[in-house]
Each structure stands twice: as structure tokens, then as C-alpha cells.
Write a protein that binds this ligand. Structure first.
Ligand code: UDP
Length: 239
């Protein structure tokens, strides 16, 4: 059956989520709205929803082929996608290959230091608490996930990094860092959820280190739409 949008279930900062005729599936609809700095900075990035929807779907399909289960089901138009209905594990999982952003600030180092090994960190996904950093023991204590789920999430996150780092390098792009979210389907399977896009990843041109991601919006650098278009073009020309 063709699934269509039914009642809106939820509206987030960058996406809306709609029920469908089948309780196991929902439709996500990507908006052009952008926020940064813990929601204090708000704006619009024209065409962002179209780019993030298609780019995220494309990357999720590459990951599926590489053995990473995802929520992706079917793209239905340039902004809307059918995904498996999941309960989101309330952890933001951040992988870093190169120092940038909060890592550089927190530890007082410059941006651009290439790590020998990728790092992983978790934040508690909770807007009221401003997504505080936590470790695995804290996540267990708070019952955000089980030990086995955390082990699986870590394994999947590093696998995503291996696949995407190589993929982007081939496009002349350094995958600096990114944030992942995982969800649990009705039968308890952990799948990669949310999105993989210039909103959630840092992409630097491999030759010039030019930023091709949301940092241009966060830091008022200008050229935001052009950067999204550039990274999208590089990914989609590979199709
Ligand atoms: N990130 C994200 N959502 C967040 C926080 C971070 O998608 O709420 C992504 C961000 O785009 C970057 C990576 O996670 O690719 C690491 O972000 P960092 O911790 O440096 O924080 P930021 O400086 O982006 O707030």
C-alpha cells in the first residue's frame, strides 16, 4: 500500500513527523528551518529540507548495503520519506575524526587536529537540560539504554564512520565529525535513525578546508545555501 501523511505526531526543529495508515511506519518531512547555539539562533536555509532529505536517504542506503540497519524505507518526494517507526534512544552519539566545535572549545585546542583514532561521546538528548555530555555509566544509571544496546550503538557508530569517512574522502571531502541518533523498532531492533546531512556532520573540502556544512550558519560566515548545494552535488553526482 502507498502510505500517505495522516495526523501530524510531532514537530521538531528541522522535521515534522506524520502518522501513516500503517502503525509501523511514519513519514518525516524535512523543513528549511535551522537552529543553532542550543536553539538561541534561529533562521532559514532555503532548500535545506530538500537537500537533507535526499542526501540522508542516499547515505542511509549506502550504509544498509554495508550492513548497518537504518530506519529508511522509501523516499516519497523531495522533502518526505517513509521511515520505520522507532522510539528514539535519548542519546546523541558524536564521532570525531578531526578536532572542531565543542571538542576544540572544551579541551582548549585548535580546530583541525587529525586524531590517530576516532573518538566517541554521548550527550543526553534533553532540551530542558541542554543535552548534557554523559558517559556510558551515566547512560546505564539513567536507564537510557541497556549495556548490550550501548555496545551495539558504539559498534554501529564506528562502522558508520568507517564507511562514510572513506566515501567522502573519495569526493574530496574530510568527514570531520558527526552526530547520530538510534531508534528501537517495535520488535526491539536498534536501527540508525534521524538524519545524516550538513546539519549533523562537519564536512571540510579536502584541499582548501572550506566548510561545507551548518557551521557557515552557526558562525554567520555566509554562503550557507551554496555550501549545502556544493556538498549535495558532490554526493549525488556519485549516484
Ligand atoms: N551536532 C548535531 N546536533 C547537536 C550537536 C552537534 O548534529 O545538537 C553535530 C555537529 O553538526 C557536529 C558534531 O555533531 O558535526 C559535533 O558537534 P559539537 O559537539 O562540536 O557541537 P557544535 O559545535 O556543533 O554545537
Amino acid at each position: 500500500m502507498e502510505l500517505t501523511k495522516q495526523a501530524q505526531m510531532y514537530e521538531g526543529k528541522a522535521k515534522k513527523v506524520f502518522a501513516t495508515e500503517d502503525e509501523n511506519y511514519v513519514i518525516v518531512s524535512y523543513k528549511d528551518d535551522a537552529t543553532a547555539n542550543d536553539g538561541l539562533k534561529k533562521g532559514t536555509i532555503s532548500g535545506k529540507g530538500v537537500i537533507n532529505n535526499q542526501m540522508s536517504n542516499f547515505l542511509m542506503q549506502i550504509l544498509e548495503k554495508e550492513g548497518v540497519p537504518t530506519h529508511f524505507v522509501k523516499e516519497i518526494n523531495e522533502r518526505d520519506t517513509v521511515v520505520k517507526k522507532v522510539s528514539i534512544v535519548p542519546l546523541e552519539v558524536i564521532i570525531r575524526n578531526i578536532s572542531a566545535g565543542h571538542f576544540a572549545q572544551r579541551y582548549g585546542v585548535e580546530e583541525g587536529i587529525v586524531f590517530d583514532e576516532p573518538t566517541i561521546e554521548f550527550s543526553y538528548k534533553n532540551d530542558d537540560l541542554h543535552d548534557p555530555l554523559l558517559n556510558e555509566y551515566h547512560a546505564l544509571a539513567l536507564k537510557l539504554a541497556t549495556k548490550d544496546e550501548i555496545a551495539l550503538i558504539k559498534q554501529m557508530a564506528f562502522k558508520v564512520n568507517e564507511v562514510l569517512k572513506a566515501y567522502f574522502l573519495n569526493l574530496g571531502v574530510k568527514l570531520v565529525d558527526f552526530k547520530l541518533e538510534f531508534g528501537k523498532t517495535a520488535d526491539g531492533t536498534i536501527v540508525l535513525a534521524d538524519e545524516i546531512s550538513p546539519d549533523t556532520c562537519r564536512f571540510w573540502d579536502a584541499k582548501t578546508n572550506e566548510k561545507l556544512d551548518k557551521d557557515r550558519f552557526r558562525r554567520d560566515m555566509g554562503g550557507v545555501e551554496d555550501a549545502y548545494t556544493e556538498i549535495f552535488g558532490r554526493v549525488m553526482n556519485e549516484k
